[in-house]
Design a protein around this ligand. Structure first.
Ligand SMILES: Nc1nc2c(ncn2[C@@H]2O[C@H](COP(=O)(O)O[C@H]3[C@@H](O)[C@H](n4cnc5c(=O)[nH]c(N)nc54)O[C@@H]3COP(=O)(O)O)[C@@H](O)[C@H]2O)c(=O)[nH]1
Length: 880
């Protein structure tokens, strides 16, 4: 490898020349000189050659130039000592190259290898282009000359370029004379060609048609020729004819040598174009939306309207584009409104929220309208950044809302008023309901209770008795019904007045209730009639105990307004089941027993027995017969004389009613039937009949020429209370033509007291007609000086109860004396009734009694007999 050194100079290869000696010498010297020159030149070439030159013998470097040392990093001496294999990557690599090169070298050919790796002294690899030629192809040991060209950098560059080509996402194509020289995988993918498929083909294949191919060439190549890269976005076509849109960039390889061709890079921008189209469409759509939006839309930045839609301009009365670049402040009517809007907007944006509010805004012409604004920052992080605002004219809505609010307020007022009215009405209604309920309760209570005492009435008693009967029958127990009537209550009531009577009844009710158990029922049937129901009783003995208790309870006088009232009961007792098993029977039997108690002297109790039932039956029969008695003309009048005690002559006749029951011979006395007539009200027509008949009788007697004596006609309490009494009397007087002074009416104290304030008026009317009045049964009631003074009565009649014992009773005599004194002081006449003995008569006369009536003089006489009495002879008999 030192063949390039001076030890073994290479020959010039020229042949010896046959010249003269000196000439030969000179020629030789010249030749020598020329050889030296040539040798120096060659050495200079070898030493300065940019490629490595090595002369190898089998297994050794014979010689080499500096460049190869430089390439491999060895000194010349180091390299000379190496075996060639040392500069190869491995022995196998060396062997492989020798095996590859030897046939070529042996054949005298030039062995070439574009690149082969060698290992440098520092271990790094060097890629070199190898060219070798045997010095003597026939003699391997003659050695081989190798030219070694370092292509490491070029190779690296090629690798890098290849890598770029391979991995580029853009399509790259090398073109020369519009023929495709090379293209990368990306190009192949984009245009649908396989590797190498498009090589050598015209670039026409990427154009739509010839015209496009031509047009492109006409545009691009002149530009490239001027050294200006070609750039454009263009549409090409793929192998399958589909269009492909992309960015096309073209360059000349070497502007100085256009023939080297061009390089084209194509970036597929179909997606971007699609996105752009989409974006453009979206923008167009947005623009259309904005322009057609019913809301005003504006973009605002730093208090300035950047742009807005046509609706916004319309709302503010601005021409197209008139609001762009104008301050938002101008949209507000004043500084205060603008300031408030800013503060509120800043607060919302600061909180990362959309700002929504309603503001009064100002149009371009100064008019105002209410707008609902809704602003949103483009970037929530940039509070001072750009914002978009939606604006809606809500004036109409607000006015409508105001109208609705006003209407609602008015409605609420009206509703409140109406509610108040309704509440009032409701309260009234409620009050009415309550009143009605109370009234109903009262009515119900009244229906079942006695209004005076509050005790159960007949109806409620009947219910309770019915229930008690069923319970008693179910349980096999007894019950008792006690019928209770107050003795002489009528006298107290008539003489002391209703108020006293009422008070007494209430007190009696209270004491009765206190006397029995709570489980017993005390009822008031009316008047002075009470019933006590004992629903659970063992027998008659227990009943008698209760009756005694009641009698005891009422025995204590009842104090009232300074009076000490005495009352006693007559009690009739009836037991179930002994005396009856139903309500009617028990009530009827108890009633009958009560009458029996009355008959037995009052202030006692009597148990029912069947005989009483018969009496009750008779009473019932009487009552039913009485109803037809008047029509059947079964009544007749008897007349009892009243004599003047001074002359013992007939003074008057008392008219006494008799009932010829059923037209029989026996007469029924008034004590038996008058109470019944009073009870059923028939006393009014019967009483009128009595007055009329008596008057007619007088007229008849007068017509017969008999002496005219006054007639004393009894008026019962109920008759006196009847409203038609006075008219009836006036009618009878008129119709009979009787002298009114011949008619005298006898009224009991009871009757006089029962009519209250009307009594005096009626008495005056009777008196005013010329008829006279007297007080019957005087002394049995509450004989009051006051009414004697006030009432227009002429006469009082001492009850026969005081006359009966007159001879024996000093007390009765004292009473008669007192009555006489009273009558005298009031200038009243006195009639004593029931005079049966001369002794009684004498005593009465001695007390100054002017008139007397009794069996001593005459019994009540039929009209015929009374007419005879009127004859003087009979009068003589009376006078005796
Ligand atoms: N409202 C009416 N009441 C009338 C009428 N007719 C009668 N009466 C009243 O009936 C009661 C009973 O009357 P009478 O049975 O007729 O008894 C009268 C006399 O017979 C009776 N008398 C008369 N003298 C005696 C006597 O000496 N002893 C005795 N034991 N009885 C005698 O007295 C009755 C008259 O009483 P008076 O009326 O109080 O004067 C009786 O209360 C009548 O009032 C009538 O039409 N309407």
């Amino acid at each position: 490898m030192d063949g390039l050194s001076s030890k073994h100079p290479l020959t010039a290869g020229s042949a010896p020349i046959d010249t003269p000696r000196h000439t030969q010498l000179e020629a030789a010297a010249l030749e020598q000189e020329m050889l030296h020159v040539a040798l120096r030149e060659q050495r200079a070439i070898l030493e300065n050659a940019p490629v490595g030159i090595v002369f190898t013998l089998p297994g050794q470097f014979k010689s080499c130039n500096p460049r190869i040392c430089e390439m491999l990093g060895y000194t010349h001496a180091e390299l000379s000592r190496l075996h060639p294999v040392d500069v190869f990557g491995s022995a196998r690599d060396y062997q492989a190259l020798v095996a590859e090169a030897y046939p070529v070298l042996a054949a005298g050919g030039l062995f070439e290898k574009p690149e082969h790796p060698f290992r440098r002294r520092d271990g790094s690899m060097m890629w070199a282009r190898l060219r070798g030629r045997a010095v003597d192809p026939g003699a391997r040991e003659a050695g081989t000359i190798w030219i070694v060209e370092d292509v490491t950098d070029v190779r690296q560059t090629l690798i890098e370029v290849q890598a770029i080509m391979t991995n580029a996402t853009v399509g790259i194509m090398f073109v020369r004379n519009r023929i495709i020289q090379r293209y990368n995988p990306a190009f192949a993918r984009m245009f649908g060609y396989r590797d190498g498929e498009a090589l050598g083909r015209s670039t026409r294949i990427v154009y739509r048609d010839d015209q496009a191919f031509h047009d492109f060439g006409a545009t691009a190549y002149p530009q490239l020729a001027r050294g200006i890269p070609y750039r454009s976005e263009t549409e090409l076509v793929c192998k399958d004819g589909s269009p492909i849109w992309g960015q096309l960039n073209g360059y000349l390889f070497n502007p100085d040598d256009p023939d080297l061709g061009t390089i084209w890079m194509f970036e597929d921008r179909r997606q971007e174009r699609f996105d752009e189209i989409q974006l453009r469409n979206a923008l167009l759509e947005n623009r259309a939306i904005l322009d057609n939006a019913v809301l005003g839309i504006a973009v605002v930045e730093e208090g300035v309207t950047l742009h807005c839609n046509s609706k916004m301009e319309e709302l503010f009365g601005s021409p197209a584009g008139g609001m762009d670049g104008t301050p938002v402040r101008a949209l507000y009517p004043d500084e205060a409104a603008w300031g408030l809007a800013r503060v509120e907007t800043a607060r919302s944006f600061g909180a990362g929220q959309v700002h929504t509010a309603e503001y009064l805004l100002s149009r371009r012409d100064g008019t105002r309208f209410w707008a609902r604004l809704s602003g949103r920052l483009f970037d929530a992080a940039d509070r001072r950044g750009r914002s978009v605002w939606l604006l809606d004219d809500v004036t109409a809505r607000r006015e409508a809302a105001d109208a609705i609010r006003r209407a609602r307020d008015e409605l609420e007022i009206r509703v409140a008023e109406r509610t108040a009215e309704l509440a009032g009405a409701n309260a009234l209604l409620q009050e009415e309901i309550n009143e009605r309920r109370q009234a109903e309760a009262r009515v119900h209570h009244m229906a079942y209770h006695d209004s005076l005492t509050g005790l159960p009435n007949r109806a409620l008693l009947s219910d309770r008795l019915d229930l008690a009967l069923k319970a008693a029958q179910r349980n096999g127990r007894k019950l008792a019904v006690m019928f209770l009537d107050l003795d002489r209550f009528k006298n107290i009531n008539d003489s002391l007045g209703h108020a006293t009577g009422d008070h007494l009844l209430r007190e009696v009710a209270r004491r009765l209730c206190a006397a029995v158990r709570d489980s017993d029922t005390v009822a008031r049937l009316g008047g002075d009639e009470f019933v006590v129901l004992l629903p659970d009783i063992k027998g008659a003995q227990e009943c008698a105990g209760v009756a005694d208790k009641i009698i005891g309870a009422l025995a204590t006088p009842f104090p009232f307004e300074g009076h000490s009232l005495h009352i006693s009961p007559s009690i009739g007792i009836c037991l179930c089941p002994d005396n009856g098993a139903d309500v009617d029977t028990l009530m009827r039997h108890a009633d009958a027993a009560m009458y029996h108690a009355k008959a037995a002297g009052r202030n006692n109790y009597q148990f029912f027995d069947q005989r009483l039932n018969q009496a009750a039956a008779r009473r019932f029969e009487l009552e039913s017969n009485l109803r037809s008695a008047l029509a059947h003309k079964e009544f007749e009048l008897h007349y009892q004389p009243i004599i003047d005690t001074t002359t013992r002559r007939l003074h008057a006749l008392e008219v006494l009613l008799r009932w010829r029951k059923g037209g029989s011979d026996t007469l029924v006395g008034p004590d038996e039937f008058i109470p019944i007539l009073e009870e059923n009200g028939m006393i009014v027509p019967v009483g009128e009949w009595v007055i009329r008949t008596a008057c007619e009788q007088i007229m008849a007697w007068q017509g017969q020429g008999l002496a005219a004596v006054p007639l004393a006609i009894n008026l019962s309490a109920r008759q006196f209370m009847h409203d038609g009494l006075v008219d009836s009397m006036r009618r009878i007087l008129g119709e009979t033509g009787i002298d009114p002074s011949l008619v005298e009416f006898e009224l009991t104290e009871t009757a006089l007291m029962q009519h209250g304030g009307r009594t005096l008026e009626i008495l005056r009317q009777i008196n005013g007609m010329g008829m006279r009045l007297s007080i019957d049964d005087f002394g049995t009631g509450y004989s009051s000086l006051a009414y004697l003074k006030r009432f227009p009565v002429r006469k009082i009649k001492i009850d026969r109860a005081f006359v009966r014992e007159l001879e024996a009773s000093a007390e009765d005599r004292a009473i008669v004396a007192a009555v006489m004194a009273l009558a005298n002081s009031l200038q009243l006449s006195v009639v004593a009734e029931g005079v049966e003995t001369e002794g009684q008569y004498a005593l009465l006369r001695s007390h100054g009694c002017q008139f007397a009536q009794g069996y001593l003089f005459a019994r009540p006489l039929p009209a015929g007999e009374a007419a005879q009495l009127l004859a003087s002879s009979v009068l003589e008999a009376i006078e005796r």
